[in-house]
Design a protein around this ligand. Sequence first.
Ligand SMILES: *Cc1c(COP(=O)(O)O)cnc(C)c1O
Length: 457
Amino acid sequence: MSTKNIPYKIYLEEDEMPKAWYNVRADMVNKPAPLLNPQTLKPATLEELSQVFCEELAKQELDDTTAYIPIPQEILDFYKMYRPAPLVRAYCLEKKLGTPAKIYYKFEGNNTSGSHKLNSAIAQAYYAKKQGLKGVTTETGAGQWGTALSMACAYLDLECKVYMVKVSYEQKPFRREVMRTYGASVTPSPSMETEVGRKINAEFPGTNGSLGCAISEAVEAASKDENYRYVLGSVMNQVLLHQSIIGLETKAALEKYDIKPDIIIGCAGGGSNLGGLISPFVGQKLRGEADMRIIAVEPASCPSLTRGSYVYDFCDTGKVCPLQKMYTLGSGFMPASSHAGGLRYHGMSSVVSQLYHDGLMEAVSVEQTSVFAAATEFAKVEGILPAPESSHAIRVAIDEAMKCKETGEEKVIVFGLTGTGYFDMYAYQRFNDGQMGDYIPTDEEIAASLAKTPVVE
Ligand SMILES: *Cc1c(COP(=O)(O)O)cnc(C)c1O
């Protein structure tokens, strides 16, 4: 450990920002299982994927061997508007907790979209533009991805059509308006505009919607227009690749002060921020250069890693996307309307799933009220009002720091603070009013949903 005084915020210089994304698959001994074509159940080819995704992104999706993929200059220029993101030493939180642990967080809420999602949104919009497309379609849950994509599309002058999970569309009108301000069209999902939307509405009348449904609608809409492609905000390998900028900067900032992390913590919805944060560190573990604990934190209401099965499943309710082998609760799983909208996904990135399966990381699930208690504690001393999703990581960072208090260990804890919670004030209101509950699905519910996963092999 260096004797240098460690500042509250460790900033990298602009020219210290990584120039290439890191693809952890290149270092994985057990590669994530291939995506399968949902009709043939054979590995999806570049040609098939290119009908759904931009070609360059389809290539990134399938690339298990290139460790470093250069970041195009235009994307680097955009990144410079809000990156490098600071790595903050949570001195005030440490003091409040009275812990000998040293807590750091990588703050990704430093842009108008309010989360890390912009890192991949700009990359995906860039490749769509480069391919000469007119626009992109996507889904959004709580609205962060749709917001990020709208910003990226506005910057590059691309059209953006967003299917927004109905419950969020109704509960988060401000997010919706941010997207519209950036020029996106926003439709509540399930809608009556697509075949799959009409089918889901007929099967589940009055449904609140889910990410899985919205994905199916966005894919269908893109597939009906030659000049459009579909883009996804999480789960896919390409998204984890773009998000590796988080981990690369974190690692560079730690190395600048010779700090060695003992525990790295991230919240896990589809696994993109977590995957991006941990990738360079997992790379070190895989190459035998360093070791540390890595913890994924998921909501108890949607516990794919801790209670799901590791099987091939559909990525979406409408069963149009390629099949992925992942920890899943079943693509028909309808999570209770938990406030951490960004964590309401039934599955998990196949990279994160494989790493978890191979014992390279741990996972825990936490209940909503304890998450908001942690969020409030953090906000009071660190000044940032965290997103509910991010607060899952805060919860476990605090829990680990309190264990250090008992044992007297000065562990270095690093967590990803993925975003701010200014659009989540209804959730905070429910918490402040003591009206927030902790819904946890029963084993029977999960088993019933998992019984519908496809039979592969
Ligand atoms: C979307 C989102 C998440 C979860 O998505 P991942 O793909 O699992 O990273 C976490 N935090 C915030 C603020 C988000 O917007």
